[in-house]
Design a protein. Structure first.
Length: 259
């Protein structure tokens, strides 16, 4: 093979894979770490049929795999399904648009927990840990990823204990009962108040619904569409003096990266 042919065969995809090996430890939890997930996703109707953005039809008719659909934090499909069910109750589908499940919020949470968010990377974690003010929020020695593991375990234990099925197989009203008990501190989690876990789950659910699709949630920018938010524009210089509501075509950061 000639040098020219060799250079042509060195595709952009191969470059990303190789550079991911070299830089993965520096960018854990960022978009490149998500795109190069090395763990196979669970076998679901969505992954098999290509629904909800898991694959797209190319010009040639073949399906292109979405590499953000690979577990980075969750260790089994059951953990994922518990979070997926819980987030759907917090952000349900209605007449305004899709809910957390269709928006891929559980995938967003999975990727976030695998990185700096899950490891409290930007937070002081040495103590002493005292009760914070409303502005400061809760203070714990436990890492956020461990809090979520304990929360998932607790929700599932409550479901199995009271209904003999896992949390994700409960009726919506039954799931709401468990989530309400979490919110009201009527359940016990080791080392923290259950209500603090619920609030963290609520906040990260909203983040996944409205974050840039680059990070795994807000599939096809449907969350932004409900808010009429145009997405990632570097400037609004041309529109700032205009009166009334200005509609712009939606775009995400992934658009800039792919081009």
């Amino acid at each position: 093979m000639s040098n020219e042919e060799t250079e042509k065969s060195f595709s952009r995809r191969n470059f990303l894979k190789m550079s991911g090996v070299a830089t993965g430890t520096l960018i854990t939890g960022t978009y490149l770490g998500s795109l190069l997930g090395d763990e196979a996703p669970p076998a679901t109707d969505e992954t098999e049929t290509g629904n909800q953005g898991d694959s797209e039809e190319s010009d040639s008719g073949s399906q292109q795999q979405n590499f953000t659909r690979a577990f980075k934090f969750f260790q089994n499909p059951e953990e994922f399904q518990v979070i997926e069910a819980a987030t759907e109750r917090i952000f349900p589908e209605d007449d305004n648009g899709p809910g957390a499940k269709a928006l891929g919020v559980a995938w967003f949470i999975d990727h976030e927990l695998s990185g700096g968010y899950g490891a409290n990377a930007r937070e002081y974690m040495k103590g002493p840990f005292k009760e914070g003010t409303d502005f400061q929020g809760p203070q714990y020695a436990t890492l956020r990823r461990d809090i979520f593991r304990d929360g998932i375990r607790l929700m599932n234990e409550e479901a199995l204990s009271n209904h003999d099925v896992p949390f994700y197989e409960l009726e919506g009203g039954q799931q709401d009962e468990i989530l309400t008990r979490l919110q009201e501190n009527d359940l016990e989690l080791p080392g923290l108040e259950a209500g603090d876990f619920f609030e963290e789950l609520r906040l990260v659910t909203l983040s996944g619904a409205y974050a840039d699709p680059l990070y795994g949630g807000n599939i096809e920018m449907k969350g932004w569409e409900m808010k009429k938010f145009p997405g990632a524009y570097m400037s609004y210089r041309e529109e700032i003096e205009q009166e009334g509501f200005v509609e712009k075509e939606m775009q995400s950061n992934s658009t800039h990266i792919s081009h």
